[in-house]
Design a protein around this ligand. Structure first.
Ligand code: HEC
Length: 136
């Protein structure tokens, strides 16, 4: 009986793990919710991903997709340095959305570059859901 309970507990844990695609995403969504944001929407994230923002400096038209493209499962290319960027979809590139520090660092840089300001907790949560779903 004890063995059966152990086996059952282990499979429940496994199930719980596969349902949650990334502990880092869960952790960040909790931070954003605690800051008063939510509920989050992958659709809103997708819309913002393709949205154009105008900047005084070149390149004038800026989008998240300028560097990452609109297909998160394909390679991107940095619009200024031309350096290749690996796909954003976690299902293709397992390193994606696995490190909360990396996520926050790049949100900071990329939001400032693209939007001319930091992203709100709501926007970051929406982006995370969109990127996470893109690979499924
Ligand atoms: C000017 C080019 C550029 C633009 C525009 C850009 N990014 Fe990025 N992004 C990068 C680079 C370079 C990296 C880091 C290199 C890498 O991880 O491959 C990165 C990494 C990221 C990461 C880290 C993902 C991870 O876990 O590895 C996230 C999240 C991200 N970008 C989101 C965005 C969002 C949201 C926008 C629009 C607001 C955006 N990016 C616009 C160049 C860009």
């Amino acid at each position: 009986m004890k063995i059966l309970t152990t086996v059952m507990t282990a499979s429940v844990l496994l199930l719980a793990q596969s349902a949650s695609a990334s502990p880092a995403v869960d952790a960040m969504l909790k931070v954003y919710s605690d800051a008063g944001a939510g509920p989050f929407s992958a659709e809103a994230g997708q819309r913002m991903w393709a949205e154009t923002h105008n900047n005084a400096q070149a390149p004038v038209e800026r989008r998240c997709s300028s560097c990452h493209t609109n297909n998160l499962r394909s390679d991107g290319k940095h619009v200024k340095t031309q350096k290749p960027i690996k796909p954003m979809a976690p299902s293709i590139n397992a390193e994606r959305l696995s490190d909360t520090k990396k996520i926050e660092k790049w949100f900071m840089r990329n939001c400032k570059w693209t939007l001319g300001r930091e992203c709100s907790a709501q926007e970051k949560g929406d982006f995370l859901l969109y990127i996470q779903k893109s690979g499924v």
